[in-house]
Design a protein around this ligand. Structure first.
Ligand code: GAL
Length: 674
């Protein structure tokens, strides 16, 4: 896509570095310890706007000059951030209109970060001004290897409901609907509840109102909000590109649990390098699966190319109700799991644990306790591990299975007034992903309209909304010989959220060979027995009165009002197969069903491993790199191909198998012939 590559050798290692929060005497110790840990790149300047521009148009770069010089002298590269995520107080005093307004109409104050309205012209101007001055000043600085645009766009201000945002929303809508207000009215179905608009100025954001707001209005609002921030990101990128045409630019995504604000399929192609932040949820007992899912999704967003893990934590975070520390070996397993999924850089928030400020209780590479600490010892060891994985850089993933992921479908299925408020997009995707993870099956994520030719099996666990093109692409995949498996309540509506008539699941009815005339969602905690699958199989969340229209029944409901009605079906469509899973099977049942589906599709795991041992493959030009991560408490033996070497220990492999101790990670280089 671009020649703008990251010029840091091997797997980059580092974190957010905020020296401006410390007296300068500390800096020398910082770089000395960075070298000790093998740090090769740090992200600087992320929240330094107030210090760089003490008043509008007056700059003080002296501190940043010294920081970059020090890093360069010590051979540490800088990922230089535009500080635009945290405008200074003077900016808001001069431009109070740039403060964001939340959904309830409250204007938020400055005093933290990201307290700006994404559509504010004053913010845009100020952000581009500082980005330009910074870009021009440091374009040729030898320490600067990458631009870090902003920080986690939309983390705190993805939706602003102020009048400026309302006006920008209207501009976006006029563009989308070619200035045709009637087209918008039809797309939004505004004859309903007397919502017809006669003037563009009548349109406002979906602010709280008496009853349920119009669903398409809400959907377009979500799309607009994602685009408004994207437009800021692109504008900064352009300014930086003008100043330094060959320096790559990134912005850190938040592909992690519960952040659903940005349509990253639209964002990723705009960046030279995709990067992501990932944090564990203290309440997730199997966060290794969340890491894998997020890594696979980020790699897919990056078009299969390597990406950077821009932030994760060495231990506890500070923003969950209870912030759990990592257990022995977890720091190492987490970091190497991201590398296994395609990360060519591993970085933390942050280098040195803060003494003051809102994040003083957040872990760091250098903890409050100093170097006599477990975290520091782990950080130094990880640096050595990453050095020994240098040759993994640039290698790609190889998957035969794709899971369909779509932000509009996610937003739409979780709007109010659905048949069930229990349908959660990310939970469903995770439920289907988990058994594949446990079996060691490699997965890519795809858009509904992606090129599916590399895959044998395509899964759509939750695709409530799909446009005609996406639907035709997915069903065409089955028709041409692939195996497609679709989860309940998929294909139900088009891109405007309008129901596809004639029976459910709308867009997929014909390919699946079924027709549903009525939905029977289940109450929270309610389940329905399933016959035809495992002993004791049950479905939760959903059921529907489905009739066969060519498909064969694989399972039927064995209790409740739909007794005897098909619940899981299989249909020969063209020269392929299309499965429909019209409930949420319990985890064991879903696992064996997906095993069966992938067996029939001829999909193999990356490697047979004992339970609890994660196997992931990265493919280089002449060798495969097999990552084995033992999450269990038993020693595992895993077969490897001949002439293999172990990268982390540097040793050869005796015989045809490697041992992976409990909690350990082994990376094996397997040369490929020819
Ligand atoms: C991220 C953010 C960092 C830091 C971190 C703490 O969301 O980008 O600046 O706040 O969280 O976990």
């Amino acid at each position: 896509m671009t020649a703008r590559e990251l010029k840091v050798p091997g797997i980059a290692y580092g974190g957010d570095y905020n020296p401006e929060q410390w007296p300068e005497e500390v800096w020398a110790e910082d770089v000395r310890l960075m070298r000790e840990a093998g740090v090769t790149m740090v992200s600087v300047n992320i929240f330094a706007w107030a210090l760089l521009e003490p008043k509008e148009g007056a700059y003080d770069f002296s501190r940043l000059d010294r920081i970059l010089a020090l890093l360069h002298e010590n051979g540490i590269a800088a990922d230089l951030a535009t500080p635009t995520a945290a405008p200074p107080a003077w900016f808001f005093r001069a431009h109070p209109d740039a403060l964001p307004v939340d959904r309830d109409g409250r204007t938020l104050s400055y005093g933290s970060r990201q307290t700006f309205c994404p559509s504010s012209p004053a913010y845009r101007e100020a952000a581009l001004r500082i980005a330009r001055v910074l870009g021009e000043r440091y374009a040729d600085h030898p320490a600067v290897v990458m631009w870090h645009i902003h920080n986690e766009y939309g983390c705190h201000n993805a939706e602003c409901y102020c009048d400026t945002s309302a006006a920008a929303f209207r501009v976006w809508l006029r563009q989308k609907y070619d200035d045709d207000l009637a087209a918008l009215n039809h797309a939004w179905g505004t004859t309903f509840w007397s919502q017809w608009y006669y003037d563009w100025d009548e349109i406002i954001p979906p602010r709280p109102t008496g009853a349920v707001p119009n669903p398409t209005h809400q959907l377009d609002w979500r799309r607009f909000c994602s685009d408004a921030l994207l437009s800021l990101c692109k504008a900064e990128r352009e300014v930086l590109r003008e100043a330094a045409p060959s320096t790559p630019a990134t912005t850190n995504f938040m592909v992690m649990y519960n952040f659903d604000k940005l349509d990253y399929w639209r964002w990723a192609p705009e960046l030279d390098i995709v990067s992501n932040d990932h944090y564990l949820q203290s309440t997730d007992p199997e966060s290794q699966i969340d890491i894998a899912l997020s890594g696979d999704l980020v790699r897919s967003l990056a078009g299969g190319r390597p990406w950077l893990l821009m932030e994760h934590s060495t231990g506890a975070v500070n923003w969950q109700p209870v912030n759990r520390a990592k257990t022995a070996g977890e720091l190492r397993r987490n970091a190497l799991a991201h590398v296994a999924r395609g990360a060519d850089g591993i970085a933390y928030f942050q280098w040195r644990a803060a003494k003051a400020g809102a994040e003083q209780w957040h872990s760091a590479m250098l903890p409050h306790a100093g170097t006599d600490s477990q975290i520091w010892r782990d950080v130094v060891r990880l640096g050595a591990d990453l050095r020994s994985l240098a040759e993994v850089r640039g290698s790609a993933g190889v998957a035969e299975v794709a899971i369909v992921w779509d932000w509009s479908a996610w937003w739409a299925v979780e709007l109010p007034s659905q048949p069930s408020g229990e349908v959660r997009f990310q939970d469903l995707v995770r439920a289907w992903y988990e058994p594949l993870w446990r079996s060691g099956v490699a997965v890519d994520f795809v858009r509904p309209d992606a090129d599916l030719s590399p895959y044998k099996l395509v899964l759509a666990p939750s695709l409530y909304l799909v446009d005609d093109e996406g639907a035709a692409n997915l069903t065409g995949f089955a028709e041409a010989g692939g195996t497609l498996a679709v989860g309940f309540h998929s294909g139900a509506v088009d891109e405007n959220g309008h129901v596809r008539l004639g029976g459910y699941p709308g867009a997929f009815r014909e390919a699946l060979g079924v027709r549903t005339d009525e939905l029977f969602p289940l109450l929270p905690g309610e389940s329905v027995d399933l016959a035809g699958l495992d002993e004791g199989a049950a479905g939760e969340v959903w059921s529907e009165r489905m009739a066969l229209a060519g498909a064969e029944p694989i399972a039927t409901y064995a209790s409740g009002p739909l007794h005897g009605v098909p619940a899981v079906t299989r249909h020969t469509h063209g020269s392929g197969t299309a499965w429909y899973v019209a409930t949420r099977p319990d985890p064991t049942t879903l696992a064996s069903l997906l095993d069966r589906i992938r067996d029939e599709a001829g999909v193999k795991p990356v490697r047979e491993t004992p339970e609890g041992v994660e196997a992931v493959l990265r493919r280089g030009p002449d060798a495969d790199f097999l990552f084995l991560i033992n999450h269990g408490d038993q020693v595992a033996e895993v077969e490897v191909s001949g002439a293999a070497t172990e990268l982390l220990t540097g040793g050869g492999v005796e015989g045809r198998a490697v041992r992976v101790a409990p909690g350990d990670v082994v990376v094996v280089r397997e040369p490929r012939d020819g």
